[in-house]
Structures are given as C-alpha cells and as structure tokens.
Ligand binder design. Structure first.
Ligand code: THU
Length: 160
C-alpha cells in the first residue's frame, strides 16, 4: 500500500481592493449579478462573473424554483450561458460572491460540488485553467488557481 497526498494551495486576499484591477472589476460584476438573483426560498443570493479570453464578461445568478431541485446555481447559469453563447471561447477566471438575507456572511463561500463538476468540464475541454475567486458578502477573497485545485480526482470524459 502506498499513500498519496493531495495538496491545494489557495491565495487569500484581505479584501477586493487587494485584487488586480481586472479581477476587482470582475468581482464587482459578480456583485451586480448577485443582487439580481431570484432566490425567494433560500434568501441566499449568489452572483458569478466569468472573464472570457476576449475579455468579455458573462454573468449569472441563482435561479430558484418552487419545486426546489428545478432551480440552478449561479455558477452553472453563467457557465452554461457562456457555453451556449460563446462556444469557441475559453474562460480565464470566475468571480463569485453571495449575500444572505438571514446572516452576514464574511467567510469566503466556494462553489458547490455540482458546480465544480460542471466547471471542470469546461476547464478540461479548453485545456487551460480557470482561476476561481470567491468571497462572502464582504471580507476576504480566496483564489484557487484552477477548478482542478478545488476538485482533485475529477471525473471527466477520459473515463468514457
Ligand atoms: N447556490 C449557488 O448559486 N451556488 C453555489 O455554489 C451554492 C448554492 C445557490 C443555490 C440555491 O439557490 C441557494 O444558493 C442556496 O443553496
């Protein structure tokens, strides 16, 4: 038996203002998208902004449904829209932010597992990492250098 250790290195920024200009602007777009989320059931709004390789930005937010599982997370709304509208483009970065009506979230909130899997499909296909920046409503911002950093041992098309 051999043990394999998987390590991930994350960068932690004290606030949005410590980020580089284009990423700061991307996070601001995620905030604008977040505030337009449709989240009447969870009262937890999420905004996602994707920076494409031509510097266009695509945003998304969570869209809930009275039949709960029929809703969709912000990240998948954004990445599926990018895939639908800009199929040849690769994605350079994703910025994520949240706002809860029930508590003040200052801890960085990472993408859920299902969104990591969906994002991984695009990262594998474009053969280039997607940087992920995530935060709460305020406070620190965490950067992961790739989807793979947040989802090691990914299941992808190479197994099919
Ligand atoms: N949500 C997202 O939009 N992204 C995530 O990564 C985690 C959860 C949404 C789904 C639902 O509308 C609400 O947040 C509460 O789970």
């Amino acid at each position: 038996m051999k043990k394999h250790h998987i390590t991930t290195t994350l960068e932690v920024y004290e606030s949005i203002s410590e980020l580089e200009g284009p990423i700061q602007a991307l996070m601001h777009k995620a905030q604008v998208a977040r505030d337009k989320a449709y989240a009447p059931y969870s009262r937890f709004k999420v905004g996602a902004a994707l920076l494409l390789d031509n510097d266009e930005v695509v945003t998304g937010n969570n869209q809930e449904n009275a039949a709960f599982p029929s809703g969709l997370c912000a990240e998948r709304v954004a990445v599926f829209y990018a895939g639908a509208e800009h199929p040849g483009r690769s994605i350079k970065a994703l910025a994520l932010t949240v706002h809860s009506e029930t508590k003040n979230i200052t801890t960085p909130v990472p993408p859920c597992g299902a969104c990591r899997q969906s994002l991984a499909e695009y990262e594998v296909r474009q053969e280039a990492p997607i940087e992920i920046y995530f935060m709460g409503a305020t406070g620190k911002v965490v950067k992961a250098a790739s989807v793979e950093a947040l989802l090691p041992l990914v299941f992808d098309s190479s197994f099919l």
